[in-house]
Design a binder for this molecule. Structure first.
Ligand SMILES: N[C@@H](CCC(=O)N[C@@H](CS)C(=O)NCC(=O)O)C(=O)O
Length: 213
């Protein structure tokens, strides 16, 4: 019995739900966070003292941090293609997953996506946003070069690394901002869009998150 605590509009919840879907694992997802609330309770804090989603409950095991959850699911339930047993092989993929989480994610999601969506035009720091947009470009170009012909991060095999590298790309490619020219990344995103579990769990409208002027 698996439960995911977290609203469907959270990109981190989306990564976990997408991973569960790819592994054909069922989980009940409960709406927690933002307008749904529920994070500042003793019960929730006992699961995640950070009061953030997602949280996964898998039997007696309770986990937070989306990337850690995805790695757990991949290791516990994935085959050798989804979660390569060879450590060096896996680490070469994992460094990109980590780079997305620590470098690309904060640069795009933190400094471009959220200001564009949540800060009213009148109060948004336009210069900071322009700098952030410029800073994302070389990062996207780096990812574009890494993906190359793909089709997946691990060549012919779709793996957990595609989830951790791909979960922000719906936002990245649908948000109205000045993107770098990245044909390989765009083709990779198109391939992700063909995956039913990406469509179901990641291609979720972020309009409910927008603050209107
Ligand atoms: N590093 C954490 C970040 C978790 C996080 O920031 N979660 C956000 C949603 S994406 C959250 O809980 N925000 C508060 C809310 O939704 O009310 C992870 O990857 O799980």
């Amino acid at each position: 019995m698996k439960t995911v605590y977290g609203r469907a509009t959270s990109s981190n919840v989306q990564a976990v739900m997408w991973c569960l879907g790819e592994l054909e694992l069922h989980a009940d997802r409960l709406d927690f966070g933002m307008d749904f609330g529920g994070l500042d309770t003793a019960e929730f804090r006992a699961m995640n003292p950070n009061m953030l989603v997602p949280v996964l409950r898998d039997g007696a095991l309770v986990l937070w941090e989306s990337a850690a959850i995805v790695r757990y699911l991949a290791a516990e339930y994935g085959n050798d293609g989804f979660w390569p047993a060879n450590l060096a092989h896996r680490a070469r993929l994992d460094m990109w997953a980590e780079w997305i989480k620590t470098t690309f994610g904060p640069a795009f999601n933190g400094r471009v996506f959220w200001p564009l969506l949540r800060e009213p035009d009148q109060t948004r720091d336009a210069a900071a946003l322009a700098r952030a947009v410029a800073e994302v470009k070389p990062l996207a170009e780096r990812l574009d070069a890494r993906i190359g012909r793909g089709p997946w991060m691990d060549g012919e095999t779709f793996s957990w690394a595609d989830i951790l590298c791909g979960y922000l790309l719906y936002r990245y490619f649908t948000l109205d901002f000045d993107r770098a020219d990245t044909p390989a990344l765009a083709a990779y995103y198109d391939r992700l869009c063909q995956r039913p579990m990406f469509e179901r769990h990641v291609m979720v409208s972020y309009e409910p998150l927008r603050v209107r002027d």
